[in-house]
Design a protein around this ligand. Structure first.
Ligand code: GDP
Ligand code: MG
Length: 821
């Protein structure tokens, strides 16, 4: 029984509060589990008036009692706390030090007052122990006690409707009714005399207290009777807090979990001798406790296994049913809070609940955000895939973007309902905005890529359509190259623009962007032509020379021209130059617009007209080509400046001069060759006069053989001495050259013929054993050598004819070629 009551000293004689002892006691008693279902009973009264004895008998506690044999000295020090044994509901019992102890003296009455106030503040039932013989006595010890109790009650601000149970000890034979009447009168008198604040001036005693009176026989003299009556009294403490019980109409009960903090705070206020504002105290206790409970719940939530797993899963990826799972975890802790704070002040617990919820939400918010992040990237991925598929299926870009955006946002909104939690009105508007932004950015990027691909493809097409045709137009001898280029450029550009425009329809571009893209393509096309022309202009000299040589070396039927001597080289040169100049004029400027210019005229008049030497010096200052701009041609359209034209023309003339001079030489050579043969009348005369000799030769075969050998020899000598070549430089110089070289050449031929014969004879002897092949006979070799020489000589002849007059060096080379081979 003693162990069960867990008696603990709550406040010691030095007024120190035993916080640890109290917490231990409350844990043993498990008071926190009782909510509001507990009662607090305390006893005040004179020292050594049998208080501890009574409490021990009433509640089965083991408060220390004074040893009866040591006289009336104080036993209980400070305030003790214990649990009433075997009483329902849980009853906390406080035993107080006596109020009028002789040992403390007057100075210590403060502790008596403080402990009485403490008992009144925290108890539902206060037993006031008094000797029977003190009742009605003017100077009895109970009068100051009562006065003190009432005054203390005034300081509590709010009546708790505490039950004051007067226990009359050592009851005499005087009937209880009489005693009670006297006592109640006394109480009323004291109440009337107690100072009360204005608000309570008229408040009756019953507003503050339930007054109950009971009497007990002397424990010392009638112990059995005492115990019997105490046992009866004990019955009144069963279900004391139920309606009709001893403390049935108590007020301002502190929930059990706030008991510790409540009585600590009350003692602190009392000890500091401050007024104790019970309502405020109640709020304070509620605040402290609700906060503690909320913090505890938050701590548990932080360590909750389910929550930690959910948090980890969210970090790894999207979690299905996130909102539901999180709600269930939060619900558990918030419900626990609600349950544990049920009896605290509503305002406080609601406020602290909100705080708990907000802290819990703060804890889980990153996970929620992470989930939204997953939703966002999922929706964006969906958009990307959907868009790719739609575009692949050939749908218009803008329409595809609209469709996919709608589908992605719908998917996001749908999935958000699975993430949202009921405890917070978190919405996804910001993330949704970001998603929209992401979608727009992606769409813009894809659009950029697609447009750029389209642009590149059309640029490629237009390049292909323009570059080579422009080049070939320059190569052709068209009359007006620029009219053809313009026609080509316009046709191809319009074509491309029209196709480009229809390709862009699906993009639904705004008018200004569309116009700009069209203009860009047009400019690009123009740029292609301009670049090509500038490129070709870089090779203008080659083009001019080609054109010149084409005209110069071909006749009107485009057949290679053979210089017979009858051609007018000067006229042909003029024609060829005119064509080259026309080309130069064409390349000098870009004429994609229909503006006419005088470039060709200027060039023609300045460069083509015959040399007017007398005017040249005079008109030098007015030379139309001494400029870097063409009249009527914008600088950006100028390709070859007048000055450059002049210098190109000069170079062109220098570089084409040799063709002309070769043509002239060729004509001259032909003329010489023709003059070297005897005139026709001489040939006829020779034929008539030499008829007899001719017939003689025919009749005698030996003459014919000799004639043939002589012909062969003369032919060899002819080529060895290059007689035809020598005579090209004039008859006299030819005769002189041949006469000086005739003898050495003949000797040389004979020597080589002899050497060859000798070598073949030796070769024939060394290969006597083997069968001689017809191909290896000296005769065959001679024949082959001869035929080879004939071929070479005839080849040289053709080259000589095709070349417009060989130079003296080439003649020298060809002189030795038949023999060398
Ligand atoms: N006359 C009388 N003495 C009592 C009674 N009950 C207890 N006592 C004695 O009074 C003395 C003090 O008792 P105690 O319970 O320690 O008194 P307390 O100081 O008020 O707690 C003890 O010697 C008890 O035996 C009683 O009913 N009548
Ligand atoms: Mg005592």
């Amino acid at each position: 029984m003693g162990e069960d009551c867990s008696a603990t000293q709550l406040i010691d004689a030095n007024r120190a509060f035993n916080v640890d002892g109290l917490d231990r006691f409350l844990k043993e008693v498990k008071l926190a589990d009782y909510g509001l279902s507990y009662a607090v009973v305390s006893i005040i009264g004179p020292q050594s008036s049998g208080k501890s004895t009574l409490m021990n008998h009433l509640f089965g506690t083991n408060f220390r009692e004074m040893d009866a044999f040591k006289g009336r000295s104080q036993t209980t020090k400070g305030i003790w706390i214990a649990r009433g044994v075997g009483i329902e509901p849980c009853t906390i019992v406080l035993d107080l030090e006596g109020t009028d102890g002789r040992e403390r003296g007057e100075d210590d009455t403060t502790f008596e007052k403080q402990s009485a106030l403490f008992a009144l503040a925290i108890s539902d039932i206060v037993l006031i122990n008094m000797w029977c013989h003190d009742i009605g006595r003017e100077h009895a010890a109970n009068r100051p006690l009562l006065k003190m109790v009432f005054q203390a009650m005034m300081r509590l601000f709010s009546p708790r409707k505490t039950t004051l149970l007067f226990v009359i000890r050592d009851k005499t034979k005087t009937p209880l009714e009489h005693l009670e009447q006297v006592l109640r009168e006394d109480i009323q008198k004291i109440w009337d005399t107690v100072y009360r604040p204005q608000a309570h001036k008229e408040t009756p005693l019953s507003e503050f207290f339930n007054v109950e009176v009971t009497a007990l026989p002397s424990y010392e003299e009638k112990e059995e009777l005492f115990k019997e009556q105490v046992a009866q009294l004990r019955q009144r403490f069963f279900h004391s807090i139920a309606p009709g019980g001893l403390a049935g109409d108590r007020r301002g009960v502190v929930p059990a979990s706030g008991f510790s903090i409540s009585i600590q705070q009350i003692w602190k206020v009392i000890r500091e001798n401050k007024d104790l504002d019970l309502p405020a105290h109640k709020i304070m206790v509620a605040t402290v406790r609700c906060e503690e409970i909320a913090n505890e719940k938050l701590r548990c939530l932080t360590l909750d296994k389910g929550w930690l797993e959910l948090e980890a899963s969210v970090q790894a990826g999207s979690v299905s049913g996130f909102g539901r799972k999180l709600d269930s975890i939060l619900d558990a802790y918030i419900s626990e809070y609600d349950l544990e704070t049920l009896y605290f002040d509503d305002g406080v617990r609601t406020a602290k609940r909100q705080l708990l919820v907000s802290k819990a939400l703060h804890l889980v918010h990153p996970a929620f955000q992470a989930m939204l992040g997953h939703l966002r990237s999922k929706a964006l991925d969906k958009f990307k895939n959907d868009l790719e598929q739609l575009l692949e299926s050939g749908k218009g870009f803008a329409m595809s973007v609209r469709t996919c955006t709608k589908a992605s946002l719908l998917a996001f909104d749908t999935e958000f309902t699975d993430v949202a939690i009921k405890h917070a009105d978190w919405n996804a508007s910001k993330i949704r905005e970001k998603l929209c932004h992401d979608i727009e950015a992606h769409a813009a990027s894809v659009r950029g890529v697609k447009l750029s691909e389209l642009k590149s493809s059309y640029e490629k097409k237009i390049t292909e359509a323009l570059v080579q045709p422009v080049e070939s137009l320059f190569d052709s001898a068209a009359q007006d190259i620029w009219a053809s280029i313009r026609k080509l450029y316009r046709h191809e550009t319009e074509n491309a623009i029209s196709r480009y425009s229809s390709s862009l329809t699906g993009f639904e571009l705004d008018q200004s962007t569309f116009d700009k893209m069209m203009a860009d393509l047009k400019n690009y096309a123009r740029g292609v032509v301009v670049r090509k022309i500038r490129e070709e202009a870089g090779k203008v000299l080659i083009h001019m020379k080609d054109r010149f040589s084409t005209v110069f070396s071909h006749d009107k039927y485009s057949m290679p021209r053979v210089w017979t001597g009858k051609e007018d080289v000067r006229k042909i040169t003029e024609e060829a130059r005119a064509v080259a100049l026309k080309l130069l004029a064409a390349m000098a400027a870009i004429r994609l617009d229909d503006q006419s210019d005088k470039i060709e005229n200027i060039l023609s008049s300045s460069l083509m007209d015959g040399p007017v030497i007398k005017n040249r010096t005079i008109e030098a200052s007015r030379d139309p080509l001494a400029s870097i701009t063409w009249e009527g041609v914008a600088p950006e359209n100028t390709v070859i400046t007048p000055v450059q034209c002049k210098s190109i023309w000069k170079q062109f003339k220098v570089e084409t001069e040799y063709i002309v001079s070769e043509a002239i030489s060729s004509q001259e050579a032909l003329k010489h060759r023709n003059s070297w043969l005897p005139p026709p009348w001489a040939i006829v005369t020779i034929a008539i006069l030499g008829f007899n000799e001719f017939m003689m030769l025919l009749r005698n075969p030996l003459y014919l053989v000799i004639l043939f050998i002589l012909f062969i020899l003369s032919r060899v000598v002819w080529y060895e001495l290059n007689i035809a070549g020598e005579f090209q430089n004039g008859t006299l110089s030819g005769l002189l050259a041949i006469s000086t070289r005739f003898l050495p050449s003949v000797l040389n031929i004979l020597r080589r013929v002899a050497g060859e014969g000798n070598r073949h004879h030796q070769a024939a002897q060394s290969s006597q054993q083997s069968l001689p092949s017809p191909a290896h006979t000296p005769r065959n070799q001679m024949q082959r050598r001869f035929s080879s020489s004939s071929f070479s000589s005839s080849n040289t002849e053709i080259l000589r004819h095709s070349d417009a007059g060989p130079s003296s060096e080439s003649v020298a080379e060809s002189k030795s070629s038949p023999i060398c081979h």
